[in-house]
Design a protein around this ligand. Structure first.
Ligand code: AMP
Length: 131
């Protein structure tokens, strides 16, 4: 059975899309550590990020860098952090998280956003993505 991120890729469940190429998709994390917390995923269904083939792994990092640069332009923060965990969703993904303090990287305190805030945040970041 397809995992939840593959369902997002296939349009079976919605997401707040930030960027998309033939190979990759970026969308806002639905339970964000901070406003602008974004997930970058390959469209190929591989669970663990280090099991991706070398080329896809490298391209995912390049895609994530492009998205991170756009996040930094939109969300006031000290820097954009990058984390890989994968304990919840078995589909390789990179977390890009606007950081102002170490707490923002700890996946403990969460930010509540309205659907409208998700929508405007995704659109704002998308407008700065230069693919
Ligand atoms: P992990 O697999 O531990 O890296 O965590 C998976 C992340 O995916 C969590 O931060 C969730 O909030 C996020 N997540 C799960 N389902 C969705 C969804 N449908 N849309 C956006 N983000 C999601």
């Amino acid at each position: 059975m397809a995992n939840i991120f593959t369902k997002i890729i296939n349009g079976e469940i919605p997401c707040y899309k930030v960027a998309e190429t033939d190979e990759f998709l970026a969308f806002l994390d639905i339970n964000p550590n901070a406003k602008g917390h974004t997930l970058c995923i390959p469209k190929v269904e591989v669970d663990k990020i280090f099991d991706l083939d070398k080329e896809t792994y490298g391209s995912l990092m390049e895609f994530s860098r492009t998205v991170a640069i756009a996040i930094k332009k939109v969300i006031p923060c000290k820097r954009v952090g990058m984390t890989v965990i994968g304990l919840e969703v078995p589909h390789a993904h990179v977390h890009l998280i606007p950081l102002n303090s170490m707490d923002d990287a700890r996946f403990i305190s969460k930010e509540k956003l309205t659907p409208e805030e998700f929508e405007t945040t995704a659109k704002a970041i998308a407008s700065y993505v230069e693919l």
